[in-house]
Design a protein around this ligand. Structure first.
Ligand code: FE2
Length: 668
């Protein structure tokens, strides 16, 4: 007679427990157990509990390979899904094996859990496990499918509605509740004030401060107070929601004929543009990607999208100052170069149009495509190609939590015909075209922060906290990924032999980067170092980069500082504008509050957030990766202290990349 102890943990989220009977069969290397009900006295599978059960067999089963879990039904009651978190099996010899589950099990369902240490496909020896692995992958490939919504954009999951998804892919009950609650709170307040859907125009910019009574942050107040100031305009290209576009400028583009005379008054005494360029103090933002993008028709009138160029100067006080703005690509008399010395409202309008185009590009490219869409590609490839026992599945899956749900929801709402982005200056068609253009030019190195910063010449620009924190986080993630990958792939031949891993990267190359060889993205892996770099990029993109571009959306949602929609064309001559012109350019009340409401929803915080490096699901059974996770967490904790101390010294703190503020995955 042999006795096996099963420690069964039910999840701690709402409704995780069940009254239904649970049966298991243990499959071992030497045989299998009888189908046995897990039953003790009292209630068995309560939310957040761990209970121990005993299974007796006439002979030893050898090494326990699989646990088949089956949920029956408790007569007469409605479906009562069970969230089985994990089962730890203790053998008669006293050896523990972890069988992670972390999934919902419904009535009549049979689930086979794999346990023990992470295994690559070529390491499998037992016929039962070889067959199980094959069947698991077949099932996954039939469950998670690629869909193409636009043949020039990254492919997405086939789920059209959240209700089609497996329960463990969906938001927890608490998150769904909080998400809906935020939407309702916003909706009720805006309806109550008569702002939602209003076609009225703003009479005074200050009235926009009354959109929300209770939703304010220190930063949102700072933005509404300082939006007109040039140094704050420059600051945002380094530390706002779009720190991705500014570059060092050593030569003016031929279509931006800024002269020495124009900018001399804004440079240090006696200096010239040429000298400042040589010193590395001149920077450029070029919005050529927006050139020729079709604009949206609002109430029968076409809106106007600009594709500007802005020159910046890093002054001796280490402030990044805009010194010249041209709003269209082709210089002409009707497309003047605006200067800080122009009449106040002309210069303000130039900045307003430039920021608006920046916001459109940011939302389409740097937020939606480069983080949300890519995260979905990585998630679908992982779900399809890697079995749960694969070491990289264990490493990566926490970094895709809720991503399929948030993207599916976004496609229906934010990107739907009535969504906020449809009401932007370039509408959905324009935003999609911007994304297509950006994907055709996207490179692997642009997604790897150290290379991105070097390529943009931003290694030494002062007060660039996105770079400072981002590079430290890149290095910490890279160190963690290197330790895990080198542990599981001690030689490059292990990488080449791992057919599942090779299929994973091929799917990403094909469905994410559309097979574009010029992009530099790998289509296969040859060395362990290739894997380290790519997985560092994946984790960095879905956590750090998404936090950098997502979390400030409400802080910077003050519409005059950057609006997704502008109603009038930009000025073509100087000296014709006043504050009334600015009010005429800004969206009406209904559209303004629509944009503000989206910014609130998209930058909200949730109680079940999993910050970077926290792995509440225990998936690794062996001690080494568990130790590596602890070291990763310790590194993040040191960095948290460093960033908190730095922010304490700053007048405008940069908190988006404080590790506690970064989620493990794209969830919002
Ligand atoms: Fe987001």
């Amino acid at each position: 007679m042999a006795e096996y102890k099963l420690k069964v943990t039910t999840g701690s989220m709402q409704y995780a427990g069940t009254m239904d009977p649970i049966y298991v069969i243990l499959f071992g290397s030497e045989g299998q157990s009888e189908r046995s009900e897990l039953h003790n006295f009292f209630i068995n599978f309560q939310t957040g509990t761990t209970k121990t059960y005993t299974i007796k067999t006439s002979l030893s089963l050898g090494k326990v390979l699989l646990v088949r879990v089956e949920k029956d039904y408790f007569f007469g009651l409605l479906e009562d899904e069970w969230y089985c978190a994990k089962i730890i099996v203790t053998s008669p010899e006293g050896e523990d094996t972890l069988f992670p589950s972390y999934r919902w099990i419904s009535r009549g369902e049979e689930v086979e859990l794999r346990g023990g240490k992470a295994m690559k496909v070529f390491e499998e020896e037992h016929a039962l496990l070889i067959e199980h692995r094959k069947k698991e992958l077949e099932l996954k490939k039939n469950t998670y499918l690629w869909a193409i919504s636009d043949d020039k954009l990254p492919h997405n999951s086939h789920f059209k509605d959240v209700s089609e998804m497996q329960a463990e892919l969906r938001f927890s009950a608490s998150r769904s509740h909080e998400f809906l609650n935020t939407k309702r709170t916003i909706g009720v307040e805006l309806l109550f004030k008569g702002l939602a859907g209003s076609n009225k125009r703003w009479k005074d910019i200050e009235d926009m401060k009354k959109i929300f009574w209770f939703k304010k942050t220190k930063m949102s107040e700072h933005v509404s107070e300082h939006w007109k100031e040039d140094d704050f305009f420059g600051f945002q290209f380094l530390n706002g929601v779009n720190p991705n576009v500014i570059k060092r400028c050593s030569k003016l583009p031929p279509n931006f004929p800024v002269t020495e005379e124009m900018v001399k008054p804004f440079l240090r005494d006696g200096s010239t543009l040429k000298t400042e360029m040589e010193k590395g103090n001149i920077f450029l933002c070029d919005q050529k990607i927006m050139d020729g993008i079709p604009a949206w028709m609002k109430d029968g009138n076409s809106l106007h999208v600009t594709a500007g160029l802005c020159l910046f100067y890093m002054n001796p006080e280490s402030k990044l100052m805009p010194i010249a703005i041209q709003l269209y690509q082709q210089p002409s008399e009707q497309n003047p170069i605006f200067l800080p010395s122009d009449p106040e409202t002309d210069w303000l309008l130039a900045k307003l149009f430039f920021k608006s185009a920046d916001l459109l590009e940011y939302e389409a490219v740097h937020h939606l495509m480069n983080t949300h869409y890519l995260a979905e590609v990585f998630a679908v490839a992982t779900l399809r190609c890697l079995p749960v026992i694969h070491p990289l599945y264990k490493l990566l899956i926490p970094h895709f939590r809720y991503t399929l749900q948030i993207n599916t929801t976004a496609r229906q709402s934010l990107l739907g015909p009535d969504g906020a982005l449809s009401a932007s200056t370039i509408g959905l068609e324009g935003l999609t075209e911007v994304m297509r253009r950006a994907l055709s030019k996207m490179t692997y190195s642009s997604l790897c922060l150290p290379e991105n910063i070097t390529a943009r010449g931003l290694e030494s620009i002062p007060n660039f906290y996105y770079r400072d924190d981002g590079l430290k986080l890149w290095n910490i993630i890279n160190g963690f990924v290197r330790s895990v990958v080198e542990y599981y792939y001690p030689s490059d031949s292990d990488v080449r032999k791992d057919t599942e891993l090779q299929e994973w990267i091929t799917e990403i190359f094909t469905h994410g980067f559309l097979g574009n060889k010029l992009s530099g993205f790998p289509a296969c892996f040859n060395t362990a170092q290739d894997v380290v770099k790519f997985i560092t990029m994946v984790i960095f993109t879905v956590s750090v980069q998404h936090a950098a571009v997502n979390n400030g959306q409400f802080d910077y949602s003050w519409i005059p500082n950057g609006s997704l929609q502008l109603l009038k064309p930009p000025p073509t001559t100087k000296g014709q504008s006043n504050m009334k012109t600015i009010l005429e350019v800004l969206p009406n009340v209904g559209d303004t509050v629509k944009f503000a409401a989206v910014a609130w929803t998209l930058a909200d915080k949730y109680t079940d957030a999993a910050p970077l490096g926290t792995y509440p699901e225990e998936r690794f059974d062996e001690p080494d990766p568990k130790r590596m996770i602890k070291e990763f967490q310790a590194e993040l904790s040191y960095l948290s202290e460093e960033i908190a101390a730095r922010n304490h010294q700053l007048k405008v703190p940069y908190s988006y990349l404080h590790p506690a503020e970064i989620e493990n995955s794209v969830t919002i």
